[in-house]
Each structure stands twice: as C-alpha cells, then as structure tokens.
Design a protein around this ligand. Structure first.
Ligand code: FAQ
Length: 305
C-alpha cells in the first residue's frame, strides 16, 4: 500500500506536495477546471440583468452575487494551480473547447424571473452537489468548497425570496415566475451529470473520495428538497409524475430527456456559441488589465523601477 492509498483509506487529505497517481491529478484538474469555468461562464446569464434589475436593492444584490461567482472562479483556478497547471493554459482550454463548463449555463434568461429561478434551482443544485465536496480527499479543493458553499447558500435564498415575491405578486408576475421555473427545472436536474450507469468517472472518483455520492443519489436528494420548497413558493414543478413514494422514502419522478443533455454537451444548446464568444471577447478585451497587473506586480518586486 502506498502512502497515497493509506491517506485515502484513513480519510485524510491529500495535499499538493504529497505523491499522487497521475490519473488522480488529471481527474482533479478536469473537475476543478470545469467547475472554475462554470463559475465564470455562469456570470453571464444573470449578468445581463444587472442593468435592468427592477430596483436599486435588487441591482445591488445581483451585482454582489455575480461578483461572488467571479470570486469562486478565482478560488477554484487557485486550487487547480496547486496541481501544477497554469491558469492561462486552463483558460486556453476553455476558449478552444478542450475543457467543459456546466451544461446549465447554455440556457437563456429572457425574463427577470429567470434570475430568481437560477438562484433557487441552479444554486440549489450547486449546493447539493458541492456540500459533499467539502469532504473531498484533495485538501485545496475541499477547503475552497467550504467558503463557496456558504456563499451559494446565500445565493439560493435570494433566488427563493425573489421568486416568492413574484409568485405572490400580480397574476402576470406569478406567471413569469412559473414560466421561469418551467424553463430551469429539467436543466437543473441535468447539472448532476449523466445517470449513474453512464457516468464514466464516478466509480474511480468515488474510490478516490473525490466524489462522495453518485450523480443519481444527489439528483434525488435535490428533488426531495425542491418539492416542499415549491409548495411554499406556490409554484408548480413541471413534472406530472412527481409523487411521494413512502416505500423508498423519496419522490418518484419522470424521465429526464438525456438527449437534450447530450446535445448541450456537444455544443448545440440554445446559448453555447454566444457564451463562448462572449467569454473569448472578454478575455481579449481584458488583456491590458492582465498586463498592467503583471507590470505592477513586477515593479512591487523591484524588478523594474
Ligand atoms: N455539464 O462521469 P461523469 C456553479 C461531463 S455549479 C457539462 O458523471 P464527473 C455555481 C463530465 O465532465 C456548476 N458536462 O463526470 C453557480 C464528463 O465529461 P468527459 C458547476 C458534464 O466529473 C451557480 C462526462 O460528462 N459545478 O457553477 C456535466 O464524475 C449559479 C461524464 O460525466 C461543478 O462543476 C454537466 N452538468 O461528474 C455559478 C461541480 N455533467 O470528461 C453561477 C463539480 C457531467 O467524459 C451561477 N463537479 N458532465 O468529457 C462535479 O461534481 C462533477 O464533475 C459532476 C460530473 C457531478 C458535474
């Protein structure tokens, strides 16, 4: 048994300087980079509502939330860098389509209620998926997750509160909230990844204690959490087959359209092209900021006068 195996068996953390199998390192780089990319691409769907938020208070809240997402991206790129990869290379991989970001951010936000639906459903799914990652075997990733989860939980509540306000407003506002929930419900279930029998990485990632639960387990946990919350909101989840199953102690649910998930992953979702084009453009336009920051850092270190 290697030291790495012993640490995993004892449920201890692997730290950057510990020896680790190459495949463990590669899996972590893939997952953490995908997660980081999701955070920064995930700023776009809500970001487009900052200038159109219905009040100063809502604008301030949304600005803070989108800024938090940028911060999550930074912690996660930092965690990935502890594995010996370079942030610039990760961003190149994103821009060239060699690394993924979450399928969920390829959907549009046509109304203000979509901002609420993202907070309630997308941040809700993110929390259910990420709380177990606070116990991930790789130390820097697990520690980044602790703070991220605290912020996500605040994000989820703001989405719930926004939807609650709309759902209890005028009939038109209620309708807007209902339609947004209908748009985001099924895609949010897909955030947990493919069904267990098609999840190529789960078995190994669970053996390495990167993942603590399977995709389907977490998806079920999320559905069980949503149903009572939707009742408080007074909004309907768009699945006629949702039913409490006392024997299983869980809600039964309808079939997920996995062909849609595969299409979005293949680049053919409603907003894939727009999201990547916007990101590449932001990266190019931000080149002068990176150069200025690097020049400033060099001057601080006394390399140039
Ligand atoms: N989208 O074998 P598995 C957020 C890919 S939350 C795209 O099951 P794994 C917060 C997968 O990479 C969203 N691709 O994979 C926020 C693999 O591809 P490959 C981000 C997906 O890794 C809220 C293939 O399918 N959260 O950003 C997806 O064991 C609001 C086979 O899948 C995280 O990234 C998907 N949904 O399990 C921000 C959490 N699902 O390598 C802004 C960390 C699967 O074969 C606003 N990640 N794939 O080409 C994880 O927990 C895992 O990576 C899973 C997937 C559970 C996502």
């Amino acid at each position: 048994m290697t030291r790495f195996d012993e640490l995993i068996a004892a449920d201890e953390r692997i730290e950057p300087r510990d020896r680790m199998p190459d495949a463990y390192r590669r899996t972590l780089v893939r997952q953490i980079a995908q997660h980081a990319h999701s955070e920064i691409i995930g700023m776009q769907p809500e970001g487009r509502w900052i200038t159109r938020a219905p009040s100063l208070k809502r604008k301030a809240i949304l600005l803070a939330k989108v800024q938090d997402e940028a911060g999550h991206g930074l912690y996660l790129y930092g965690a990935a860098e502890t594995l010996g990869v370079d942030r610039d290379d990760l961003l190149d991989a994103l821009h060239e389509g060699r690394q993924r970001y979450s399928s969920i951010f390829n959907y549009p936000t046509p109304t203000w209620a979509d901002v609420g639906a993202i907070g309630w459903l997308v941040d809700g799914a993110a929390i259910v998926n990420q709380v177990p990652l606070c116990r991930c075997s790789y130390g820097p990733y697990a520690r980044a997750m602790v703070r991220i989860c605290k912020e996500e939980s605040f994000h989820q509540r703001q989405g719930f509160e926004l939807l609650h306000t709309l759902a209890h407003g005028t009939p038109a506002q209620h309708r807007m909230a209902q339609e947004a929930v209908e748009r985001w419900y099924w895609p949010s279930l897909m955030m947990f990844g493919p069904p267990d029998e098609e999840s190529t990485h789960s078995a190994q990632s669970m053996a390495w204690k990167i993942k603590r639960h399977s995709n389907d387990e977490l998806r079920q946990r999320f559905i069980d959490m949503l149903v009572p919350q939707s009742e408080v909101l007074g909004l309907r989840l768009p699945d006629p087959e949702l039913r409490w199953n006392a024997e299983r102690g869980h809600y039964d649910h309808g079939e997920i359209d996995w062909s849609e998930f595969r299409r979005v992953l293949a680049g053919d979702g409603p907003c894939n092209a727009e999201r990547l084009a916007h990101r590449r453009n932001a990266h190019e336009e931000g080149a002068w900021v990176r150069e200025a920051a690097a020049a400033y850092a060099r001057r601080k270190q006394g390399e140039i006068s």
